[in-house]
Design a protein around this ligand. Sequence first.
Ligand code: ADP
Ligand code: MG
Length: 234
Amino acid sequence: TEEMMLQSEKLSLVGQLAAGIAHEIRNPLTAIKGFLQLMKSEKNENSQYLEIVFSELNRMEIILSELLMLAKPQQSMFKKENIHNALTEVILLLETEAHLNNVLIEKHLYSECEHVYCDQNQLKQVFINLIKNAIEAMPKGGVISITTKTESDGVTIIIEDNGEGIPEEILKKIGQPFVTTKEKGTGLGLMITYKIIENHQGTIEVKSEKEKGTIFTIKLPFEMNEEKEEKKSS
Ligand code: ADP
Ligand code: MG
């Protein structure tokens, strides 16, 4: 656990740094985009290069907005909330995308006391990140199974897919920034996910087997330890 502590401290530092850098980069990026748009509207023979420049700019914007997410947990809104609402909304949001990829999302929402102290928007972000990854791990289709259970001190949420599995070298570095196997990936989704769960004083574990699938298990406590919370904000 000492190692875990160290990692979480590193993450919050990275988060602050990331947000700062993202803000600094965003302004010049907006200016560049504006001038490029002007150049594009004038007729010239370099339009195919401009296309590449635009698509790379868009990629930078996506990375920046994901980095800015890291700053959000500091201004979070914690309330007693029903996690089934957040899960159901996210599933609804991603069902079309899943369908297009021949992926079926199965819900097993069993917990009776599903109210936990949480920031609903942040939790939605976690579910979106995990379910999207699961869809992307099953290019030939498959099943995502989402299960909730009640324990004595909190709720367990299990998100399971039968996709390609996480490569071992990625598994070792999971939760670190810019770890990705995808051509268009940012490698920030899981880092943000881990950060948010940590902010909820919860835990997240992953089990994965090549060609078999991946299981993410999240545990969220019913009550948060205020002492820890105070320490975080000071
Ligand atoms: P990104 O999706 O942008 O690559 P993430 O942080 O969301 O970044 O994920 C990091 C990497 O972890 C992915 O590139 C992928 O290799 C691996 N991964 C995450 N979730 C899964 C999953 N459910 N199945 C297989 N691999 C996964
Ligand atoms: Mg992702």
